[in-house]
Ligand binder design. Structure first.
Ligand code: NAI
Length: 331
């Protein structure tokens, strides 16, 4: 039998946490033959609720779940973890300035970076979900210099999956037959959902999404804005932000990273830019990636037309501004 993998979920008493921990305990993230030990962190005001989640995990009698650590102590939470899913953060409340929210999250991610660096297992893989996801991941990277930058990522897989979903609805095809959409840039409304290279499996072979949709006005307009604004649409409908889809996409992100992407398929991940596609190096930016042997690599050589170029640059600009704002909070 395999040794259990320790998976940390921060903010585990929150909405996404509540959807995510049972998925992990059922093997959705790491496979149906991979035992897990869950480490759940939250803050003291949520300690009782966190304990309630722990009670439910016991009650569900998950065969793969070999242990649960539920704590408000960040050092205990990070001890020996192989995978860290960072969902905890400070939400933007009505009337709050961007800088105030940024400042709270910078201080959270700075201290959690140090705890992970000191106490996580070697080669721990980190996924930041909490917003501003890209910039929180960047702060985590900067303050955990001994964790390889290849091991730090942020979630744009939900946006990627939303783009697959929109194409599948529009064409009335199975979502599993659609692939190779791309989310470029920030997990925010400046992200660029790109279908230039996306395809659909049909009985007549693989076809370009652009050719099948045959409506550039929709692809360059409503499609993009629907994906960009989907988070807000979910809040409007549900009165809470996306949770089950965020949790499911976080599992997809980690699973593909660990197990590998299928041949000929790429996914979107927020990763440390090396300057590919003329995206400024030193930002956490969402790129198309393939994964193999536990490592991602940015898909190279895709053609970028003028329309796309403009959108790649816009979202990079926003990330550079966020980075500057985050750094201004450190002083
Ligand atoms: P939530 O408010 O229900 O849960 C957040 C939890 O984090 C709370 O239990 C809170 O007590 C905890 N927390 C706060 N500070 C913490 C700290 N320093 N350490 C540990 N835990 C802490 O929020 P929800 O809906 O679960 O969303 C979580 C985050 O994920 C938000 O920042 C949200 O904006 C973001 N998000 C990101 C998505 C993405 O695609 N990247 C998609 C959906 C949400």
């Amino acid at each position: 039998a395999k040794d259990p993998v320790r998976v940390l979920v921060t903010g585990a008493a929150g909405q996404i946490g509540y959807a995510l921990v049972p998925m992990i305990a059922r093997g959705v993230m790491l496979g149906a033959d991979q035992p897990v030990i869950l480490h759940m962190l939250d803050i003291p005001p949520a300690a009782e609720a966190l304990n309630g989640v722990k009670m439910e995990l016991v009650d569900a009698a998950f065969p793969l779940l070999k242990g649960v650590v539920a704590t408000t102590d960040v050092v205990e939470a990070c001890q020996g973890v192989n995978i860290a899913v960072m969902v905890g953060g400070f939400p933007r409340k009505e009337g709050m300035e961007r800088k105030d929210v940024m400042s709270k999250n910078v201080s959270i991610y700075k201290s959690q970076a140090s705890a992970l660096e000191a106490h996580a297992a070697a080669n721990c893989k980190v996924l930041v979900v909490a917003n501003p996801a890209n910039t929180n991941a960047l702060i985590l990277k900067e303050f955990a210099p001994s964790i390889p930058e290849k091991n730090i990522s942020c979630l744009t897989r939900l946006d990627h999956n939303r783009a697959l979903g929109q194409v599948s609805e529009r064409l009335s095809v199975q979502v599993s037959d659609v692939k190779n959409v791309i989310i470029w840039g920030n997990h925010s409304s400046t992200q660029y959902p790109d279908v230039t290279h996306a395809t659909v499996k049909t009985s007549a072979g693989e076809k370009a999404v652009k050719e099948l949709v045959a409506d550039d006005a929709w692809l360059n307009g409503e499609f993009i804005s629907t994906v960009q604004q989907r988070g807000a649409a979910i809040i409007k409908a549900r009165k809470f932000s996306s949770a089950l889809s965020a949790a499911s996409s976080a599992c997809d992100h980690i699973r593909d990273w660990v197990v590998g992407t299928p041949e000929g398929t790429w996914v979107s991940m927020g990763v440390y830019s090396d300057g590919s596609y003329d995206v400024p190096a030193g930002l956490i930016y969402s790129f198309p990636v393939t994964c193999k042997n536990g490592e991602w690599s940015i898909v190279q050589g895709l053609s970028i037309d003028d329309f796309s170029r403009n959108k790649l640059d816009k979202t990079a600009e926003e990330l550079s501004e966020e980075k500057a704002l985050a750094y201004s909070c450190l002083i």
